[in-house]
Unconditional design. Structure first.
Length: 576
């Protein structure tokens, strides 16, 4: 049997077991993957020799990750990030870089290493934070929305940082000529912006609409587009990461982006597994001994300093200390982007492996500790609340204004899955009756037609649990499925459970077996299009027939009452 195949099989088995243990400990599985990489790499058991294959999958994983980040940056969302998220994000980036840079220099590091590590300390893991907030059902809270906003700012910053450092390719000097570098970045960014604008306006909408006719083809196109632009970005003098990000951003305004993003989630996580394994396998423990003290100092800075920076900014902007504290905890860690960023510096020849080892150690510590800080944020806040008064104005005006503004838009009451002939009619009648309903379908033509009429319809696969996270299920109290197959409804019910939906579910059926399956699954109500239509038609016809019969009887009675008695003249009878 081929040795690399055996190694891959062994790696995946070890990762599955290690991941299960870390999930049990309520830790992100990416830490498990780094630990596995250390264990199977040269510093551990030395089980992996297929380094080229693992490295290739790791590079594809990074490209898919950056593509997925770009895919979430819809232009409409970027415009409405809001002053708070923008100010908090930029403020946290600025203060963390400045203070971190001074701190790292004080620890005896070189200027270029201090630049890389200080920038790396500013990025928080969007993947981990969104997952934790989603599990706690806090994504729609005020602090959750603000946190997601400044995570978007960080995602934009990491791509800009990668572009900037890629422009310094091969210099490896802190005193690089920025008067040459900045114009180079500017004209290449301008050229990329023009190319993206042309593609987004005239090319991609037609191409992606054709691809969306098949869910599988849509996924293949998304990966192909992301990897192709990653390769083009590297060729053009940017980086693979920047190219992949631009590829995602070019599709972010598409109505199919949520479906693509949901489909990419599993593939992204699978490929990132190899990145973290590769990272752990490359760690040189002979150089890490001297990094333990700097890692401890920087970890404390990230765990304590970053939240304090966010709380200070949000308190100044008029938010309560609790909101600032809850949002601040989301930056008490560094992310996979931090490690990717420093790894890029090694590739460019700017820093050595010591910087990567230091960043990885800080990542392991901060991700582990901050996960528990976020999970137990409420008891932690209650303990610290008296000491946090300095981060709150006497009148938190902005939060008070946000509270008074709530309730302006009507809440979604129902989500209808499947907009075929029956589902579309049902959805339209609900909307006509004043029900705030949202429709979901994976037929791009159906979605396009209904959206053109101004109806709130989303393109996506209702069987995909990750896609369901993008829907307003926390507001909706009714989910209506018109999927004709039991298998599709079973997948939807599982996805609703994974999304923690606790409202009522109504299902449309086509036959008795489908009815029994839905009843056994505990569905709240059953719609049978054929029986319901026949019953409605019968009732309508019965009323019509009854009314017609009553009218005929009334005419007969009327004629009978108005007719004269027997004519005594026999000649009249003869004429009749």
């Amino acid at each position: 049997m081929h040795a690399p195949f055996v190694e891959f099989a062994l790696l995946l088995l070890i990762c599955a077991v290690a991941g299960a243990i870390f999930v049990r400990l309520r830790q992100p599985v990416l830490i498990a993957y780094i630990v596995v990489g250390i264990g199977v790499g040269p510093a551990g058991l030395g089980l992996v020799t297929a380094h080229d294959q693992v490295d290739l999958l790791a590079q594809v994983g990074i490209a898919v990750l950056l593509f997925a980040v770009g895919l979430k940056l819809d232009l409409h969302h970027v415009r409405h990030i809001g002053p708070v998220a923008l100010a908090t994000g930029l403020g946290q980036l600025t203060f963390t870089i400045v203070i971190g840079f001074a701190l790292i220099l004080a620890l005896g590091k070189s200027v270029m290493e201090a630049v890389y590590v200080a920038v790396a300390l500013t990025f928080s893991s969007t993947i981990i934070i969104v997952k934790l907030l989603s599990d706690k059902r806090e994504l729609d809270t005020l602090h959750g929305r603000i946190a997601v906003g400044f995570l978007i700012v960080q995602d934009l910053a990491v791509v800009i940082a990668m572009m900037a450092m890629s422009a310094l390719r091969g210099t490896g000097e802190a005193g690089a000529d920025w008067t040459t570098v900045l114009p180079s970045i500017a004209w290449r960014l301008a050229l990329a912006a023009i190319a993206m604008a042309v593609l987004m306006r005239w090319v991609l909408p037609t191409v992606i609409a054709a691809m969306a006719r098949s869910q599988e083809l849509l996924l293949v196109f998304a990966v192909a587009w992301g990897v192709a632009l990653a390769a083009l970005g590297e060729w053009a003098g940017f980086s693979k990461e920047a190219g992949a990000f631009l590829a995602g951003f070019s599709l972010a305004s598409s109505p199919y982006r949520e479906a693509m993003s949901a489909r990419l989630t599993g593939l992204r996580d699978f490929l990132l597994l190899f990145f973290f394994i590769d990272l752990g396998a490359k760690l040189d423990f002979s150089t890490l001994g001297g990094e333990l003290f700097p890692a401890a100092v920087l970890s404390l800075f990230v765990l304590i300093g970053n939240p304090l920076i966010v709380m200070a900014i949000m308190g100044y902007m008029g938010y309560r200390r609790r909101t600032g504290f809850m949002a601040g905890l989301t930056v008490a860690q560094i992310s996979e982007f931090s490690i990717v960023f420093v790894a890029l510096g090694i590739t460019l020849g700017h820093v050595g492996v010591q910087a990567l080892g230091l960043t990885t150690l800080v990542g392991l510590v901060t991700i582990t500790v901050s996960t528990y800080m976020i999970l137990y944020a409420q008891p932690l806040y209650l303990r610290l609340a008296p000491r946090l008064r300095i981060f709150e104005r006497a009148r938190p005006f902005r939060e008070l204004a946000a509270e008074s503004a709530q309730g302006g838009a009507p809440a979604v009451q129902a989500v209808v899955f499947g907009l075929g002939r029956y589902g579309r009619r049902l959805f339209e009648q609900l909307r006509a009756a004043g029900v705030e309903a949202v429709g979901v379908d994976f037929d791009p033509e159906t979605v396009r037609r209904l959206q053109a009429r101004g109806l709130p319809v989303v393109f996506g696969d209702g069987e995909d649990a990750d896609f369901l996270e993008t829907l307003p299920l926390r507001e909706a109290r009714w989910v209506i499925t018109t999927f004709p197959q039991w298998e599709s409804n079973r997948a939807l019910l599982h996805a609703l459970k994974a999304a923690h939906y606790d409202g009522r579910v109504v299902g449309a059926v086509r036959d008795a077996a489908h009815t029994r399956a839905l009843v056994e699954a505990g569905i709240d109500a059953i719609l049978n299009p054929f029986d319901d239509a026949a019953d409605h038609a019968a009732a309508h016809l019965a009323r019509e027939i009854g009314q017609q019969a009553a009218a005929a009887a009334a005419v007969v009675d009327s004629v009978g009452s108005q007719s004269p008695g027997p004519d005594p003249d026999p000649r009249t009878a003869a004429r009749a």
